[in-house]
Write a protein that binds this ligand. Sequence first.
Ligand code: URA
Length: 207
Amino acid sequence: MSKEELLDELKKKMEEDESLPLKKGATNLVFGVGNSDTKVLCLGEGPGYWEDQKGEPFVGNAGKLLDSLLQSIKLPREEVYITNVVHHRPPENRDPLPEEIAAYGVYLDKIIEIIDPKVIVTLGRFSMGKFLPTARISGVHGKKFNVRWKEKDMAVVPMYHPAAALRNGEVMRQIKEDFLKLPGILEELRNRQKEVVKPEVEQMELV
Ligand code: URA
C-alpha cells in the first residue's frame, strides 16, 4: 500500500473511533494534510474554529502565518505534511488534556510512522512535549535535537506556536528567525545522509 492509502485507511479508522475524547463537541476530524513523501512534518497543537469547520489543519490566522513562514524559506505548504497533537477541536480552544493527548497520540504515532519524516517541526509546547518533555520552549526554540523515536533517527526542531507569534511581536521576530534556520538544518541532514551512503558505494566499487 502507498503512504496515501495507508493514511486514508488510518483516517477512516479514526473517523469511526467513537472513543476519541473530543469527538462529541467537534464538527470535523482534522486529520492532516500535505505531501506524504515529505521529509518535513509540521506538528501543531489542535484544531481551532476554522480547522474544525473545514477539516484541515492550520487554515485560520495561525495557518496563514505558518504558510508565510514556509514561503519565507521557499518551502510551500504543499511540500510538507501538517498535522496536530489532537485531531478534534477542544471546546473553547482550551489546551488539550494529558489523557486527550494520549488518546490521539495512538493515531499520531501511526501518522508519523507512515510519513517517516527526517525533521519534525513542533509548533508550540504541546507538540514539543511529545519529543522533548523536559524542555522549555524559550530555551530551545529554533535549535535542532537529534531524537531516536521508535527506532528511527530524526531531528526535532521546536518552534513557537504561530498563534503566540500573532499575539507577541518579540515571539514573531523569533519565529521568523527560527524558520530561516530550517534550510541549513535540512542541508546538513542531506549531507549526513550522503556520508552514510558513501562507504557502501566505495565498497561496491572495490568488489
Ligand atoms: N493551531 C494549531 O495548533 N493547529 C491548527 O491546526 C490550527 C491552529
